[in-house]
Design a protein around this ligand. Structure first.
Ligand SMILES: [Zn+2]
Length: 75
């Protein structure tokens, strides 16, 4: 069983393992494709310590690309 929060209905759903469509292992996280019982579509949920760390780092500082773009805008 897996507890997810549906991004469409915003409800917490207990999902049986048979509704997990695929599990993809990435260097930073594991992506779970779940057939949602609340809205009937497939959601991707990412889990993992490194994924949480990169997400926290991204939220804390704007990316260098975004900063360069701001500076190149003419006054
Ligand atoms: Zn859903």
């Amino acid at each position: 069983m897996l507890l997810i929060t549906c991004p469409v209905t915003r409800t917490d759903e207990l999902v049986p393992d048979r509704r997990i469509r695929s599990v993809t292992n990435h260097p930073t996280h594991i992506a779970l494709h779940v057939d949602c019982p609340a809205c009937g579509t497939v959601h991707v949920f990412r889990t993992g310590r490194r994924w949480d760390a990169t997400r926290a780092a991204r939220a804390a500082a704007p990316s260098p690309v975004a900063r360069r773009a701001e500076q190149s805008v003419p006054a």
